[in-house]
Design a binder for this molecule. Sequence first.
Ligand SMILES: [Zn+2]
Length: 301
Amino acid sequence: MLDGTPRPDDDEMEVEEVQSAAATAKASLPTSQQQQQQHYSREDEIEKLRTSGSMTQNQAEISRVRNLSRVQMGRHEMEPWYFSPYPVEFTEEEMIYICEFCLGYHGEARQFERHRLKCTLLHPPGNEIYRDDYVSFFEVDGRRQRTWSRNLCLLSKLFLDHKTLYYDVDPFLFYCMTTRDEHGCHLVGYFSKEKESAEGYNVACILTLPQYQRKGFGRLLIAFSYELSKREGRLGSPEKPLSDLGLLGYRAYWQETIVELLMDGKRSETTVEELAALTSMTTNDVLHTLQNLNMLRYSVR
Ligand SMILES: [Zn+2]
């Protein structure tokens, strides 16, 4: 069902172009998280989380520079890129130890080792909904797995510049991509998706963990999100703004997908609507991709 072959990334994309496009998207579109927060009624719990210091929704805090120096997860050590609202006492530690299965975090190696002896989780806590020779996808319900989902959001904020969701995980499903070996299913990346998106978004947040980037996994995540939309019989598009890396990944995916369709020899002419129906991409995304490729021809009917 999915083409997992890693491909060369779209390196030639002008950085300036990406940044200005991202800036335009950021300026023009309110995020649905902001809209949701207005309707949301679990104020008590949210207030508790905010005042206990482990969560924040203050924009100034969120855009602050990165606050953790190093993170260890499974076999990998990573240097975070951005601020993430882990409890403030963790910012003093040289290394934060993250359990790669439950995503719990520890500031001391000994405490973490004790945790590892007790932790029984070997994969994300949800249903395995896809498996091939190399990867497994798990669907995790934010409401049923609140702590795990919040831990995932904290972790991913370390590598996403604008993400603002931490505590309000109930309305989301998390599609988690893992690689399997004899030790368990290791988290590679994920995307979140609103259970009901009024705007027709098929992805809210998307991230490949840095230790797995540039191996073709991002493309697989995007492809999977469109396969879900196909099953739902809907067209979908990722929520804006996309991160800069996300935008690059999507542009490459859209171009490859459309060029492949146009080259498959099955049709002598086609329309934007037909391409959208075949790919589950929105007509807008098809149109912009064709414009970027300078492949549009207008005809009078
Ligand atoms: Zn654990």
